[in-house]
Each structure stands twice: as structure tokens, then as C-alpha cells.
Design a protein around this ligand. Sequence first.
Ligand code: GLC
Length: 433
Amino acid sequence: MYDWNAYRERIQWFEHDRFGMFIHWGLYAIPAKGEWLRSAERVSNEDYQKYFDMFDPVDYHPREWARIAKDAGMKYAVLTAKHHDGFCLFDSAYTGYKATNTKAGRDLVREYLEAFRAEGLKVGLYYSLLDWHHEDYPHYGDPYHPMRENEAYKGRQHNFDGYLEYMHRQVRELCTNYGKLDLLWFDFSYDDMTGERWRATDLVRMARSLQPHVLIDNRLEVAHQSSRLGDEPKEYAGDFVSPEQLLPPEGMRNRKGEPVLWEACVTMNNNWGYHQNDRLFKPPSMIIRKLAECVSKGGNLLLNVGPDARGRIPGESVRILGEVGKWIKKNGESVYGCGAADIAKPDFGRVTLRKRPGGGKTYYFHITENTVGLLPLPGIPKEAIKSVRLLETGAELPCVNDFRTAHYDNVFVHVSDDPVLPDETDTVVAVEL
Ligand code: GLC
């Protein structure tokens, strides 16, 4: 039987915090074409070795990363301890393919964890199930491996059990040597490489025995087959589902129709790993609105940055995150601790809901497109209203009843005489019942 009590308890912080930073960083920052470069360009271990030899992130100051995340209003972070290329940012006893053996000469995961914790953020680690460097990972014929079509690899033996042993040992190291981890983000399952193929029950039991509170994502299963979305989650189902580069149109529900916790992972430009020519960044207004959208649908936003080879978060990301932070400082109350509202989405924007202990509720109406004259509050019964206020100033907003409103049952609020919203990106009106 699935332990629902333990589940409900461990997801509490996550459901409250809503906004996190994803960090994709590794050797691939040097070729600067995103983290799939090895696969896309069929780069051999030998040809990729030069990046290991060059890696020297002299500007890696994780405390700065942590401050950037914190100022943006992010409450947790997830760093790639190992990505698909197999390079470990941590000091693993089971491989030489790690940051400590590069010019960096340090355990970069440990420094990240210490820095982010010191800034009061929750900490997570991403760990790739795929490994294009390990000799026992399937190569020829695998759909993604850089050597998948290289005839020299055809028929070459590999011992997948040996890889699993390695993978489990590394996860044990991460869960043992680094203090409390708040989140583990495994990536990813495909085809028959799913569930018990990873010895997922053992893996999750081990992780939870060492880190009783840790949250785990759902990618030990093929994402669209997630048993978290079925009738009964498997032990390794993961605590939340992880839609990628997409916000679920209506939030997410399991087969019984119950809401399921989710976290959308989204890039700021179009790459996870640093990409020097990808300047297609989402503007701050879009990110702010998408964050509100996630919360209004009961989900989290894990927003990615791809630091460069020197260890810096790209300037454009920093600038955008700064803008997001300004909005959050004024309107964070409508994000943290809030979730999906039980009323329909209004056509001027979205609604997030805070349920207060004792039964009270506050609805946050996010106006992203101003209305003419008055703001209708669809779904809000007039008698139940205790207050209506502009969130960013706390100013009371009057409910209006006049010739314009006479035909309608809706409550109407006067936000401002100015047709331009106080915050053109997302002006929040807090309605307390
Ligand atoms: C993917 C990609 C990857 C990225 C991840 C983030 O599945 O393989 O490179 O780390 O999703 O969600």
C-alpha cells in the first residue's frame, strides 16, 4: 500500500514554495551548444575528453547563484550533479570522471549545496539515469547514445548490471555525503528503460532510507506512463510529475480525476545547458505570467539557467530574473502557499487561491489584460467578501453598484481610473472571504 501520509507530509514545502531554479551545468558549457551536443553530433568519449581537460570554472561562485535565485523569488534549486554525458560535478569514489580531477579541483556540488543552504534555499540534485561515458551503458542501437550508429560499437559487450551498480552507488554517495537533500531529480526513462530496469524500487527505498524527507521526481518511469497519474502510484512513482517545456493546459489530474502535484521545467531561452548563440530569451513579463499560470493550475515552475564555462549565469538570465524578483517582492503573497482556485479562469487573467486555516480564503485575481471600467469578480459571492485590496499597495478597492452593473450578478471592483494597469505585466487584486 502506498504511504499517503508520508507523501502528504513531504510535499508540503514544495507545494508552498512554487518557484525554483534549475541549473544545467557541466563540460558541455565549453562547446556552448547545449547539453545534448554529444548525442546530436555523435561525439566520442575521446573527442569529448578535451573539455574535461579544459574545464576550469574560475568564476564559479555559487553564493552569487544563490543570491540571484533568492532575489528572483525562487525558493529552491536543482543542480545537475551528473548529466547524460556522465561527467560528475561531485567527488564520487566510483569514477575519475569528476570535477575534482579537472582544473577545478573541487567538489562543485558540495559548494553549491552549502551556498544555497546558506541563503535559505532548499536544495535538490539532478542525476541522469543515462550515462554516455560509462562503458556499461547501452551504446550501439540505443536511441540517444552518441555511438548509437557507430559500427565499431556494434556487438561490443556491456554489462548493464555493472552500470546499475555504479548508478546506485553514486546515488547512495549523494544521499550520504552531502547532508540533507530536499529533492532528487532523476532523468529520464524511455522505451523499456523504465521502472525496474533501473531497479527503481531499490533505488527509491535506499534514497528514502538515507533522506527520509526527500522529494523525488517522476522520471524513473516513462513520463507519460507515470503511475502518479494512474489509480495507484508505484513506490517509485515520484512525488510530482514533470511536464517539460510546456504548461499543462488544465493542470494535471490522475485517472480518478484528483489533482496531481506537478512542476513544469522550462528554459529561459531554448536550451538547458549554456548555448552561446541562443538569445531567444523569454521576457520577464512572460515568465511572471507563466509563474502565475502554474500556481493557478496547482503547479510549480522550475526555471532553468545554464551557467557558462567560467561558471557565470548568463547576464541576460540575471537581468530577467531581477525583473521577476521585483514583481515577486510586491506580489509574492499571491504565489507562495497558493494553489489552483475553485472558480473559473476569468478572461482578464488568472486566479490563485490561498486557503487560510479556519476555513477563510483569499482569491488573488491576476489581471494581465485590463478590463474596461470595472473589474468583474466572477464566482465571488458578494455577501462573503471581507475585503478587496490592491496587493502591491494594500489599498482598499471599492465594490461598485451602479447603472453599469445593474444587469449582472457579478461583483464589480474599481481598480483605477487609469486604463493602464498599475503593473502592466500582472496586477494582483486580493479578495478576502
Ligand atoms: C530532458 C533532457 C535534458 C534536460 C531535462 C530537463 O529530458 O534530456 O537535457 O536535462 O530534460 O527536464
